[in-house]
Design a protein around this ligand. Structure first.
Ligand code: 87F
Length: 483
């Protein structure tokens, strides 16, 4: 047979997480490396996941009244540095354009790292009265942050895709509600599309966006014991309104600075999904984001070939009318076993095997990618069983991840226990003083930092001490090693 070499993973998820990931994203044809270090090619299998997430989230925000728009990729230096506080820490990561051809530009241009400055400059022109508010705009775009840390496809790259939402309201309370609402949309997207449970909460003073009054986040916990921030929603207060002079006249004709928020989710979330669900055979895709949800592998022999293929084509038709994306793998020069491995590597949620013996019994064999479970299903029941099984798989991936998350969280009250639990890949729930310096010192000693604090706080005992510095604790917080 003219088939290519079998190309399974040679590293295991349990033993060499990072090598396993590197092999998987290439062998599942998600990523190709590009000539620029830190910039990666998203192949169709990966881009499709993004498109699915994009349509889901886009529908959520549009139904809520947000509109899409597009702002330029280039931001003049004078504009980018207008709000000094927010850009200070990020300055080393900005990529610049100095020339057009051989001509030096009068002012250098930043390649968009995020769009606050260029958008709010326009907002200041558009907003005059409270009747212009709320203004709720979103962009689906690419951004560049010239990372100097080690890059990893999806998780940390120098260019990535995301959405950035930027809304303006006439009161603090409206922004507050909206900032929480957007966070809930992110939680829902991770849950329903990626089958990932997240912890919702508020970031610490040290970890919040410098331009924000506060930052909310969703955080996930990956199977290697590392937490990862999935998306953020920032309450910006009037900080940017003051820097960019965004004012409106209220119903008493009084001028007031506007209230703002911003919120984003990026292609990093695809990496989180891969790390969460995949195994030593390759990618495991939640059915909701899979380009192909069902692959049919016919078992072909010369004398029954025609009949088997005819039935397989019929199954394709029936499933397609049920809005399921099916692929019939009728390639001649590959063995069924080779095909099984390939589709397992690519994470297709359900494999349907159909051979002459199945045909005689008017049945097929269906195989779940996530658990490997096999089951014979009668042909007439297929268009009910397959959609149901896709839903079961989606739910069961979530349930498994949620069980893992729940059993990984441990409450610890002192430094020694914290250190011990971090070594066994746990996520800490701790009474904390909330001080940036305490967090910094803890990170230096253990490599772990604060993630967020849940909105529903257990009561703190009278005189409860900070788990790390033994000062007075003020808040319950999640801490963990993280990406
Ligand atoms: C890198 C260079 C320059 C992050 C940067 O989280 C500026 C920045 O402002 C920067 N890296 N940030 C923070 C982005 C905040 C905010 N923007 C809108 C979000 C969500 C979407």
């Amino acid at each position: 047979m003219a088939q290519k070499d079998q190309k399974g993973l040679t590293a295991q998820k349990e033993n060499d997480f990072s090598e396993w990931y590197t092999q998987l994203i290439q062998k599942a044809e998600l990523i190709e490396y590009s000539p620029v270090s830190g910039c990666y090619i998203l192949r169709p299998n990966a881009y499709h996941i993004w498109e699915k997430v994009q349509s889901f989230f886009d529908a959520l925000i549009k139904a809520d009244g947000v509109k899409n728009c597009y702002f330029p990729l280039f931001i003049p230096e004078s504009l980018l540095t207008k709000e000094k506080k927010h850009v200070a820490g990020f300055a080393p990561e900005v990529a610049w354009v100095d020339y057009g051809g051989d001509t030096k530009l009068g002012e250098r241009l930043a390649v968009r790292p995020t769009s606050e400055t260029i958008m709010y400059d326009a907002y200041a022109k558009w907003i005059r009265s409270h009747k212009d508010l709320p203004l709720r705009l979103n962009q689906w775009n690419n951004v560049v942050r010239w990372e100097f840390k080690h890059c990893t496809p999806f998780l940390r790259s120098r260019e990535f895709l995301w959405q950035e939402g930027h809304s303006v309201f006439s009161s603090d309370s409206e922004v507050r509600d909206d900032t929480f609402k957007m966070l809930n949309f992110y939680e829902q997207t991770f849950r329903e599309m990626y089958a990932i449970p997240t912890l919702k909460g508020k970031k610490s003073e040290g970890e919040k966006f410098a331009g924000a009054v506060y930052t909310l986040s969703v955080e996930a916990f990956l199977p290697n014991g590392k937490a990862i921030q999935g998306a953020t929603s920032h309450h910006l207060g009037q900080n940017f309104a003051k820097a960019f002079d965004i004012q409106f006249s209220d119903d008493q004709q009084q001028k007031q600075y506007a209230w703002q928020n911003s919120w984003g989710i990026s292609t990093r979330s695809i990496g989180m999904m891969i790390l969460m669900h995949s195994d030593n055979k390759g990618l495991v895709l939640p059915p909701k984001v899979a380009l192909t949800q069902v692959v049919i592998v016919p078992i072909l022999f010369d004398n029954s070939r025609k009949a088997v293929l005819k039935e397989a084509q019929d199954v394709v038709k029936r499933l397609t009318t049920k809005n399921i994306s099916v692929h019939l793998d009728d390639r001649d020069d590959y063995t069924p076993g080779w095909k099984f491995n390939e589709w397992e590597m690519k994470g297709i949620p359900i494999r349907v095997e159909l051979g002459p013996k199945d045909l005689e019994k008017k049945q097929v064999l269906i195989v779940r990618r996530d658990t490997g479970e096999k089951k014979a299903v009668s042909l007439v029941k297929l268009d009910v069983e397959i959609p149901a099984l896709l839903e079961t798989i989606q739910q069961s991936l979530f349930d498994k991840a949620e069980k893992y998350l729940k059993r990984s969280i441990v409450t610890v009250l002192n430094f020694k226990d914290a250190e011990k639990q971090l070594k066994t890949e746990k996520l800490l729930f701790v009474p904390w003083c909330g001080k940036p310096l305490c967090e910094e010192e803890f990170k230096e000693k253990t490599g772990a930092k604060s993630l967020n604090s849940p909105f529903e706080q257990p009561a703190l005992k009278n005189g409860q001490k900070c788990f790390a510095c033994a000062e007075k604790a003020t808040v319950w917080f999640y801490f963990g090693k993280s990406y």
